[in-house]
Design a protein around this ligand. Structure first.
Ligand code: GUN
Ligand code: ZN
Length: 431
């Protein structure tokens, strides 16, 4: 075994859902992470693994810091970076007033490149190493995004928004052009290096039945691509979708009928689903991207954890920037916890860290690639400083368990806690 990098710190990762098996939490207070180029070669106790470090290689030591897998954000819009924190009374006016005019600018490749570069660096600053990303309706916005991602060698999933009605003309494609452009982008970018493609109909109200049908055909033709869209976010949106597709059993069923529910399909929000919808999510292994900062900010509603869990729906958490108010998955955990509390539920910190790493990788069917420190996985990980601020340092003097330490980090932590980010074994951010 060739070892090219050795890092000593505390280690945290998961091998399963800790809510089901407590032994799935892997914690090494004095740990060692060994890499072979861009892959994980070993992860465990320092004492047990130190003999594997070659003589010529010095071990980098970060006492007090925690190495964990990079966070995975399963739903975010890169073109909305410049309009984060735009106030509006709910989703539909917010789309009209801010989102569509902002997305118009991405017809300019230079603008798209500049924003994509900033966006990716901001994700890395926050410790996010993989995201499922919406571009705009313009193919050049996807080119720009993948070009910037490839330059940083990041494992990213992204796609061209498909939108052929109920939006300003300057953002409209057609059913045929959207399918043609999406297919060309799949052929160019899907599985090129670390880039992965997501078929991206924005949401049912902005697609004709023909466009959704063609998206479903692409999903069948390219079964290892991803699918991403929005569903059941807001009551007005739900009523609109139902009125536009009167023969569908439910809003989710609009997508189901055209073959857009399958493994690697990521459905953002899922607040106003019914029991039959949840059953279909589980049966088809389609996943939820729960976006708490966005749902609270836009007043969309509270996700029902109990019903999702009872139906065994694959779950992940996401920022949904620009509807979401933070790029930080730690801040997203904070609001996930509060949304769960509002539903009468208690969500342990270990569950939130699992959901933001291995849980998301599983929801995306990428658990043998990212999401943990498993041997052979890609070396995407972060160094977390749990004492990054005076308040965190002070609060940490009084923690009595790993769960409490992680809980404090999820409630009080943000980008300031991310001391360093590594992608494919390379340092891509350092505070
Ligand atoms: N539904 C359709 N488009 C969007 C979007 O850009 N953001 C959110 N939060 N919901 C949507
Ligand atoms: Zn969204």
């Amino acid at each position: 075994m060739t070892i090219t990098l050795a890092l000593r710190a505390s280690l945290l990762h998961f091998t399963d859902d800790p809510a089901i098996h407590e032994s799935a939490i892997h914690w090494h207070s004095d740990g060692l992470l060994l890499l072979n180029q861009d892959k994980i070669a070993a992860a465990g106790d320092y004492e047990a693994l130190k003999h594997l470090v070659p003589e010529h290689l010095s071990v980098q030591h970060f006492p007090g810091e925690i190495i964990m897998p990079g966070f995975i954000d399963t739903h975010i819009h890169y073109p909305q970076t410049d309009m984060i924190a735009s106030p509006a009374p709910g989703l539909l006016p917010w789309l009209e007033q801010y989102t569509f005019p902002t997305e118009r600018q991405f017809q300019d490749p230079a603008h798209a490149n500049e924003v994509a570069g900033f966006f990716l660096d901001e994700l890395l600053r926050c410790g996010t190493t993989t995201a499922m990303v919406y571009c705009t309706v313009h193919p050049q916005s996807v080119e720009a995004f993948f070009t910037q991602s490839e330059r940083r060698n990041l494992r990213m999933v992204a796609g061209k928004v498909m939108m052929d009605r109920h939006c300003p003309e300057f953002l409209q494609d057609t059913a045929e052009s959207s399918a043609r452009d999406s297919e060309a982008l799949i052929q160019k970018w899907h599985q090129r290096g670390r880039q992965l493609y997501a078929i991206t109909p924005r949401f049912a109200p902005t697609s004709t039945p023909q466009q959704l049908h063609l998206a479903g055909e692409l999903a069948k033709q390219y079964p290892d691509t991803f699918i991403q869209t929005h569903v059941a976010e807001n009551k007005d949106e739900c009523a609109w979708a139902r009125a536009l597709f009167p023969t569908a059993r439910s809003y989710l069923d609009i997508y189901d009928q055209v073959g857009l529910m399958r493994p690697r399909a990521m459905y953002a929000h899922c607040i106003w689903l019914d029991d039959m919808d949840r059953r279909r999510m589980a049966e088809t292994q389609s996943a939820v991207a729960l976006c708490p900062t966005s749902n609270l900010f836009l007043g969309s509603g509270l996700f029902d954890f109990d019903k999702a869990e009872a139906a065994k729906v694959p779950l992940s958490i996401a920022t949904d920037v620009g509807g979401g108010t933070s790029f930080s998955m730690l801040q997203t955990m904070n609001e996930t916890y509060k949304v769960a509390r509002m539903g009468g539920r208690y969500m342990p910190a270990s569950s939130m860290f699992y959901t933001a790493t291995l849980g998301a990788a599983r929801a995306m069917q990428l658990e043998n690639t990212i999401g943990s420190l498993k041997v052979g996985n890609e070396a995407d990980f972060i160094l977390v400083d749990p004492q990054a601020t005076p308040l965190l340092a002070r609060r940490n003097r009084h923690v009595n368990s790993l769960e409490e330490q992680l809980f404090v980090l999820a409630m009080l932590g943000d980008d300031r806690c991310i001391a360093a980010t590594y992608a494919a074994g390379k340092l891509v951010h350092q505070q």
